[in-house]
Design a protein around this ligand. Structure first.
Ligand code: FE
Length: 132
């Protein structure tokens, strides 16, 4: 995948302060406050930084966590995973493979068919409704 590279100054100019804090500084939005915790409908969730398709509404489910949750990515090539040791925990961070933006974390307590829970910040996503 061709990478989108921008300076921190450029990102700060393009993104809202909340998007910048999450995507570029690995922040987390407060639970139950995000725009997409409740599903807006059928469509594709793109990266708010670069437009890369990250998740489809068909894989979204209500995890009760307060963050948008998906059991699979749109395409495994569109997300990167990295071990995250912050806050005295071992978690798997999920990033946009195109712009390296922080999305959230993936856990092993999701529903079938994958058993995975991609726990994602609404602020790192931009919903693209399927009008057809
Ligand atoms: Fe991106």
């Amino acid at each position: 995948m061709d990478k989108v590279k921008k300076t921190e100054e450029e990102w700060a100019k393009e993104l809202t302060p909340e998007q910048y804090r999450i995507l570029r500084q690995k922040g987390t939005e407060r639970a139950f406050t995000g725009e997409y915790n409740e599903s807006p409908g059928k469509g594709v969730y793109r990266c708010a930084g670069c437009g890369n398709p990250l998740f489809h509404s068909d894989t979204k489910y209500n995890s009760g966590s307060g963050w948008p949750s998906f059991y699979a990515p749109y395409d495994p090539e569109h997300v990167d995973e990295e071990e995250d040791h912050s806050f005295a925990m071992v978690r798997t961070e999920v990033l946009c493979s195109k712009c390296d933006g922080h999305l959230g974390h993936v856990f092993n307590d999701g529903p079938q068919p994958t058993g995975l829970r991609y726990c994602v910040n609404s602020a790192s996503l931009k919903f693209d409704p399927d009008e057809s």
